[in-house]
Design a protein around this ligand. Structure first.
Ligand code: ADP
Ligand code: MG
Length: 252
């Protein structure tokens, strides 16, 4: 018998989402997408093409009108609100264009926040936050408030926070959108390392050179998949050599 392929981290089928605010807007009009474990996918498309709507559905922040989302084989629609919140907190790491850090908390406190899901007693939370911040090069900024950090440093804190619970999936919506080119490139280096270490990543961007860090680009237009572009190692930016480094640091 032939072996069945490994279960994808995310399998979305025929997703539809219509917003009713005046005239109905078909933000997503039948999008299907599978994210194999360890894959790095970029989503590109004009403003309003449904990129964020897709992220919100895959990240269990919103539910589809039609179609299904499975996370590690688990149909999200069958879950209670509490179970969905738990998946959001433990299986998915979110990274946003505007960082979305808590302004009154320090870097270490921000990173420790999601650990309430997995470590409610709070034992070693601080240590774990320190380790995560060191990994993104911020070991010397633990007690700084977001306002005392640069944009690139804030995004590093957000990445450390997204990784806090070793999520199955990292969802990033325009993670370099508010950063200058050089800082954006540094953030993409971190993404390449994460992917080389086996993380599954889905990243929205409207910048071609950022999307080229991924293995493939899904092009959305008017809520539909226009085409899926596979990037070979020649077309791909500097993440390609990472495939030989699979397994390094994924669980640390
Ligand atoms: P993108 O991220 O590609 O710019 P979005 O997914 O944010 O696109 O939006 C897709 C379409 O859905 C747009 O036309 C947008 O105006 C509309 N839309 C998004 N969110 C909402 C909402 N909460 N209520 C009403 N319309 C929305
Ligand atoms: Mg968007």
């Amino acid at each position: 018998m032939s072996q069945s392929p490994p279960q994808p981290v995310v399998a979305a089928r025929d997703l539809r989402r219509t917003y009713h605010l005046g005239e109905p807007v078909h933000a997503l009009d039948g999008v299907s997408l599978e994210l194999p474990k360890g894959s790095f996918t970029a989503v590109m498309g004009p403003s309003g093409s449904g990129k964020s709507t897709l992220m919100n559905l895959l990240g269990c922040l919103d539910t589809a009108d039609e179609g299904t989302v499975e996370i590690r084989g688990q149909p999200v629609a069958s879950l209670s609100d509490g179970e969905r919140a738990r998946i959001r907190g433990t299986e998915i790491g979110f990274i946003f264009q505007t960082f979305n850090l808590m302004p009154r908390l320090t870097a270490a406190e921000n990173v420790a926040l999601p650990l309430v899901f997995t470590n409610p007693e709070g034992v070693d939370r601080r240590e774990r936050a320190e380790r995560l911040l060191s990994r993104v090069g911020l070991g010397d900024r633990l007690d700084h408030a977001p306002s005392e950090l640069s944009g690139g440093q804030r995004q590093r804190v957000a990445i450390a926070r997204a990784l806090a619970n070793e999520p199955a999936l990292v969802l990033a919506d325009e993670p370099t959108g508010n950063l200058d080119t050089e800082t954006g490139a540094e953030i993409m280096d971190i993404f390449a390392e994460l992917n080389a270490a086996g993380r599954t990543i889905l990243m929205v961007t409207h910048e071609r050179h950022i999307a080229e860090h991924a293995e493939r680009i899904v092009h959305l237009v008017d809520g539909e998949t226009e085409r899926v572009e596979q990037l070979d190692s020649a077309g791909r930016k500097d993440g390609s050599e990472g495939s030989t480094a699979a397994g390094t640091g994924a669980e640390s």
